[in-house]
Design a protein around this ligand. Structure first.
Ligand SMILES: N[C@H](CCC[C@H](N)C(=O)O)C(=O)O
Length: 278
């Protein structure tokens, strides 16, 4: 099975073409591939492309635990980089369109910085209507009490669920301790991606991340967008925010109509082949 490994600020994905798969994707296969000791190691897997009748490149996105992921800012950007690298898509400088779970998504290449920008669809602060176990229409600076600790959390839905937790200074240890508990608490029947966030000034934030389905990660595109959207709603930042994560920084532009552009690097690590029977 031929695969490519890509990374965006340390958020790593395997890319496998449908023609390289001898059978339909099983969660066990994804888990084995993503396992950093028994497999190759990655935060997730992208399967694609297939061409749609409109000329968009279709893909599916899986988390390391085998669950399917409704949105991945870095996954989409890495997939676009791959399409260019292997010659599926025209050379850089043009926009291209990806097709993911019924949605067409625009990706642009920025020639000077070589960064890749993806425009994510509508985000929403709806809570009760969007999968949170609450009767509140929104969870905005909500007081969450868990295991005798009190957190101030906000929920934002970007196609996938995010819980932004305000902290004085984000730390990996705190994220690894509280991320899994907040992610799986009774508020979130579908679990949530959790960001431990602080605001430096009107255009800079810092986050540590616990991803649903992948655990602690060095970066997450949709997490950066979630943190920026919540900070903007709270009046703490302007529309362009640099979000610092352990793996590096990404730029988030909050646009009209609740769309978000996410810009950052995307790089090939290597390509290889799995010989053993997975
Ligand atoms: N790393 C990704 C995906 C994070 C979300 C995923 N873990 C989920 O289950 O929703 C990104 O947005 O860049």
């Amino acid at each position: 099975m031929k695969f490519f490994k890509y990374q965006a600020l340390g958020n790593d994905y395997l890319i496998i073409e449908p023609s390289s798969l001898s059978e339909p994707v099983r969660p066990e296969l994804i888990r084995r591939l993503c396992n950093r000791r028994f497999g190759i190691g990655a935060d997730g897997v992208l399967i694609g492309p297939w061409l749609t009748s409109e000329g968009a490149y279709g893909l599916r996105i899986y988390n390391a635990d085998g669950s399917e992921c409704e949105k991945s800012g870095n996954g989409l950007r890495l997939f676009a980089r791959y399409l260019i690298d292997v010659g599926h898509a025209p050379e850089e400088g043009l926009s291209l369109y990806l097709f993911h779970l019924g949605e067409t998504i625009e990706v642009d290449f920025l020639p000077v910085t070589k960064a890749i920008r993806v425009t994510l669809g509508n985000y929403s602060f709806g809570a009760m209507a969007l999968g949170v176990n609450t009767e509140l229409p929104q969870l905005c600076d909500y007081r969450l009490e868990l295991d005798h600790e009190i957190f101030t959390v906000s929920y934002v839905y970007l196609g996938n669920p995010h819980c932004v937790v305000w902290v004085n200074k984000p730390s990996a240890e705190f994220a690894q301790t509280w991320g899994p508990r907040i992610s799986t608490c009774s508020l979130f029947p579908q679990k949530a991606n959790v960001q431990f966030a602080s605001v430096q000034d009107r255009s800079n934030m810092q986050i540590e991340i616990w991803e649903r389905g992948a655990g602690y990660t060095l970066a997450s595109g949709s997490s950066a967008c979630a943190a920026a959207a919540v900070a903007y709603k709270a009046g703490l930042v302007d529309t362009t925010v640099t979000v610092q994560m352990p793996g590096g920084a990404m730029r988030v532009d909050l646009r009209a109509n609740h769309t978000i552009a996410l810009t950052g690097p995307a790089e090939l690590v290597y390509q290889a082949q799995v010989i053993s029977d997975f």
